[in-house]
Design a binder for this molecule. Structure first.
Ligand SMILES: NC(=O)c1ccc[n+]([C@@H]2O[C@H](COP(=O)([O-])OP(=O)(O)OC[C@H]3O[C@@H](n4cnc5c(N)ncnc54)[C@H](O)[C@@H]3O)[C@@H](O)[C@H]2O)c1
Ligand SMILES: O=C(O)C[C@H](O)C(=O)O
Ligand SMILES: [Mg+2]
Length: 473
């Protein structure tokens, strides 16, 4: 198994090698014995009896980095100059930048993009505010906004620490769907402050992608902003995740040979993602969804400290089952985890119905590793890019916003989300479908194309499109 698949990382070790040539065979053996894999050696400098070389090594975990560097230093004639983690190198100075579309070559250009001529454009927008869509970045720009309170599965790590994820989302928006996205991390977790701030900055944007805001505040924030703004507001951890999970389930059920109306689904982690996944599955025809959180199975009649869970219990778990996660899984067909790492074990899955489907979607560490249950599950999926079947909201948010921006949608509706799931699932045709191929790769360009098409059609049919793109007129 590749080390990357074990959640490993890649490091570059810069070596100064003196005297005779280094015995690479010896070093490679030693690195391999200590849990590393040399994937490249680059010569940086040779001269004066020494050479400087960068050795790129894949390692299983951080402890391997230490043992490898210590062992190398013990080899006579070799000195470790420094060690750099390639992931950190990639983040130096941030991952995105703003680039002008035209170059200002002379004073004439200057007076057009800036004063005095820009004033005429401002006046035009003052007279007709809708012109902001054609004459400013609003047409193609989405704000990716977090308060840093539920970042991946890392919890409340704060607004500064959340930035790398939001920058990453902005990269994905651009690369996969040509959407310009701007990462914004707010230094508050106060619901009213967040709502007010987003309303105040909304004029610049054609859409708001809320990200990694913890439950239950995320529900009120999204609901209020949807009511008060005339651009789509979409909490990605709720709806992006739900759209992709449902898309994955459509295809996983074909492998397991089960019908959506017959299956019992256990959703673990009744937060932002868990509530939205449940809602989309219920509207898609699932009859029995059992929710499990820290308190165990959520049952109607109980009052939970989090009112979202009390409400959730009132419309799920129709047979009023109670107990632990393992109890919930007895005889269940599908497990969907959007909770935390490593809380499921093989024994739990063995108790499920034949041909179980397991979506362990917590990030960065899934509820269970695919290798632990691959032999007993019909389908296993995670949220990560280093395993097969990546059920991650990245399959949805670029394309759904591409569609919403292109038809200037007032909102992203339930019908648009269902259309998005069907579009994603439809990319996997019968000949492509397999245990390890239930959802398309994020690099499959037809995902965004299909999503755009199906979602624009749903927006037009639902009356939320303010602009009908040429090809739909
Ligand atoms: N794959 C994806 O596309 C995707 C998308 C969104 C979220 N996620 C992941 O799902 C998880 C939840 O995200 P969220 O935005 O819904 O967060 P959230 O904070 O809104 O909800 C998490 C819920 O999980 C529950 N939980 C945590 N540990 C638990 C445990 N040991 N047992 C039972 N319940 C537990 C919490 O009580 C909470 O209700 C995170 O790990 C996140 O990275 C993955
Ligand atoms: O960021 C991701 O990889 C998916 C999701 O938005 C999450 O919060 O885990
Ligand atoms: Mg997220």
């Amino acid at each position: 198994m590749r080390h990357q698949e074990l959640g490993g990382k890649s490091i570059i070790i810069r070596l100064e090698i003196g005297g005779d040539r280094m015995n690479f065979g010896l070093v490679a053996n030693m690195v391999s014995n200590l849990g590393g894999d040399i994937i490249a050696i680059d010569t940086i400098h040779i001269g004066n009896g020494i050479s400087i070389r960068d050795m790129t090594v894949n390692v299983v975990d951080a402890t391997a980095i230490r043992s490898i560097t210590e062992a190398i230093e013990k080899i006579p004639g070799i000195r470790v100059v420094n060690t750099s983690d390639r992931t950190f190198l990639l983040h130096l100075g941030g991952k995105i930048e703003v680039t002008p579309k035209v170059t200002i070559q002379n004073r004439d250009d200057l007076s057009r993009v800036y004063t005095p001529d820009v004033a005429r454009v401002c006046e035009a927008i003052r007279e007709d505010p809708d012109k902001a869509f054609s004459l400013t970045i609003k047409r193609n720009t989405v704000a990716v906004i977090s308060d840093g309170s539920a970042v991946l599965g890392l919890g409340n790590i704060g607004s500064r620490a959340a930035m790398p994820v939001m920058e990453g989302k902005a990269m994905l928006f651009k690369q996969f769907a040509g959407v310009d996205a701007f990462p914004i991390c707010l230094d508050t977790t106060d619901t009213e402050e967040i709502i007010r701030t987003i309303k105040l900055i909304a004029p610049a944007f054609g859409g708001i992608n809320l990200e990694d805001i913890s439950s239950p505040r995320c529900f009120e924030i999204e609901e209020r902003l949807r009511a008060e703004l005339d651009i789509p507001v979409f909490h990605d951890d709720q709806h992006g995740t739900a759209v992709v999970a449902y898309a994955g389930l459509i295809n996983a059920l074909k492998i397991a040979g089960k019908a959506i109306t017959d299956v019992t689904v256990v959703v673990c982690g009744i937060g932002a993602a868990g509530v939205a996944i449940t809602n989309i599955l219920l509207s898609a025809g699932v009859k029995e969804v059992i929710g499990v959180d820290r308190e165990g199975i959520l049952v109607e009649g109980e009052t939970y400290s989090n009112p979202v869970k009390t409400k959730y219990a009132s419309y799920t778990n129709p047979l009023k089952r109670s107990g632990t996660l393992r109890d919930a899984l007895q005889g269940a067909d599908v497990f969907i985890g959007v909770s935390g790492g490593k809380l499921l074990n093989r024994q739990d899955v063995l108790g499920m119905a034949p041909n179980p489907i397991v979506f362990a979607m917590a990030n960065p560490e899934p509820e269970i590793l695919p290798a632990d249950i691959d032999d007993i599950a019909a389908v296993v999926a995670t949220g990560r890019s280093d395993y097969p079947n990546q059920i991650n909201n990245v399959l949805c948010f670029p394309g759904i916003f591409r569609a919403a921006l292109d038809c200037r949608a007032l909102a992203i509706t339930e019908e648009m989300k269902l259309a998005a799931s069907e579009a994603i699932a439809s990319v996997i045709t019968e000949d492509k479908l397999g245990k390890y191929d239930i959802v398309p790769s994020v690099f499959d360009q037809s995902v965004v194309e299909r999503l755009r098409d199906r979602v624009i059609r749903a927006a037009i049919a639902g009356g939320v499109a303010r602009r009908i793109p040429k090809e739909y007129r």
